[in-house]
Design a protein around this ligand. Structure first.
Ligand code: UD1
Length: 340
């Protein structure tokens, strides 16, 4: 019998790619998603790409404890991958309570249901944003945290809750994966990033400019202490992020307790370098203008990917050109995103 993985936020950008990866590797997948920032259509695309559907998909808020408990009761869940969360930095500054409630409250509701149903294995979606305005890059897991916005603080708080729960409940095994900047799409062009409304993040913004939905990219500041003055990030292909989660499941039982790993490439790319790479991928120059800095942004965030390489012999395999090519293929095939 194959193992069943509950994927919260499984219809979202990273969640949907991870579902395909799990189905491709023989796992049975149960999805729970409230579709507040994802399309139910993604589930159809998952089935199309993987050649078989998820076992079940529930539309529900994680904090609906009765509904959550029923999901655990209905399926023999071996492990949970927990993506479901709000993730827009700017919005988190305006609505901090909502962010704490959804992200931290969702995680504690999930932990309660896991306890109730005897499930001890969890992969948690964390973020490089917990490092905050880092004094140096690359960043290793034991570098100090200093979240600069409520979104990042929710991720940092969840990590601490999980670490403390693991200290007190020795049967628990938790892996927190701190992703740097996931971009790209499934190479089929059928799955990708389809944010609701105007995108916050740079790659979906770029693809929507290229396809003509938005006039030009605004480059948020060119006076940072970086080589060309624009913000530097460690972009990681979403297929590598998905692969990292599948490999994490295989390593959950290496040890009990809480372990934390960066998922990044170790390479920094500036906004202008990203615009140039994306322009090559889509075959036309993408218009942009330099504007003021975006509040809360930091100059550079780049992973030291050494720990996960040493622990699991794992590293990313896809480069920036592939990230741009695949992001563009999805946007070209789905100019308005997933159909309504
Ligand atoms: C942020 C979070 C990250 C989170 C991600 C998902 C921080 C430091 N990082 O990433 O943890 O996972 O959101 O929402 O809180 N840019 C432009 N023009 C745009 C958009 C972005 O120039 O229209 C620039 C930004 O200034 C930045 C880079 O592009 O230098 C990447 O921005 P973005 O894609 O929004 O990601 P982060 O802010 O790095």
């Amino acid at each position: 019998m194959s193992a069943t993985v509950l994927v919260t936020g499984g219809a979202g950008f990273i969640g949907s790619h991870t579902c395909v990866e799990l189905l491709d590797h023989g796992y049975d997948v149960v999805v729970l998603d409230d579709h507040s920032n994802s399309s139910p259509r993604a589930l159809e695309r998952i089935a199309k790409v993987a050649g078989r559907p998820v076992t079940a998909a529930y539309e529900s808020d994680l904090r609906d404890r009765r509904a959550l408990s029923a999901v655990f009761a209905a399926h023999p869940v071996d492990a949970v991958i927990h993506f479901a969360a709000k993730k827009a930095v700017g919005e988190s500054v305006e609505k901090p309570v909502e962010y704490y409630d959804t992200n931290v409250g969702g995680t504690t509701a999930l932990l309660s249901a896991m306890r109730e149903h005897g499930v001890h294995r969890l992969v948690f979606s964390s973020s490089c944003s917990i490092y905050g305005d880092a004094a140096k890059v690359p960043l290793a897991e034991d570098d100090p945290a200093g979240p600069t916005n409520p979104y990042a603080t929710t991720k940092w708080l969840c990590e601490q809750v999980l670490a403390d729960v693991c200290r007190r409940l020795p049967e628990m095994s938790v892996l927190a994966l701190r992703y740097f900047n996931p971009v790209g799409a499934h190479p089929s062009g059928l799955l990708g990033e389809d944010p609701r409304g105007v995108p916050n993040n740079v790659m979906p913004f770029l693809t929507q400019v290229a396809v003509g939905r938005l006039p030009r990219l605004r480059v948020f500041g060119d006076d940072y202490a970086t080589a060309d003055g624009t913000g530097v990030r460690d972009y990681i292909h979403v297929m590598d992020v998905a692969d990292g989660h599948r490999v994490a499941l295989e390593h959950l039982d290496d040890d009990t307790g809480m372990r934390t790993f960066n998922l990044g490439t170790g390479a920094g790319t500036s906004v202008l370098e990203l615009v140039a790479a994306f322009s090559r991928a889509c075959g036309r120059p993408v218009p942009y203008e330099v504007t003021a800095r975006r509040p809360g942004d930091v100059a550079a965030l780049v992973a030291d990917p050494g720990a996960v390489a040493r622990a699991w012999n794992w590293a990313t395999t896809r480069d920036l050109a592939a990230m741009c090519r695949d992001a563009w293929a999805f946007q070209e095939l789905n100019p308005s995103g997933y159909p309504d």
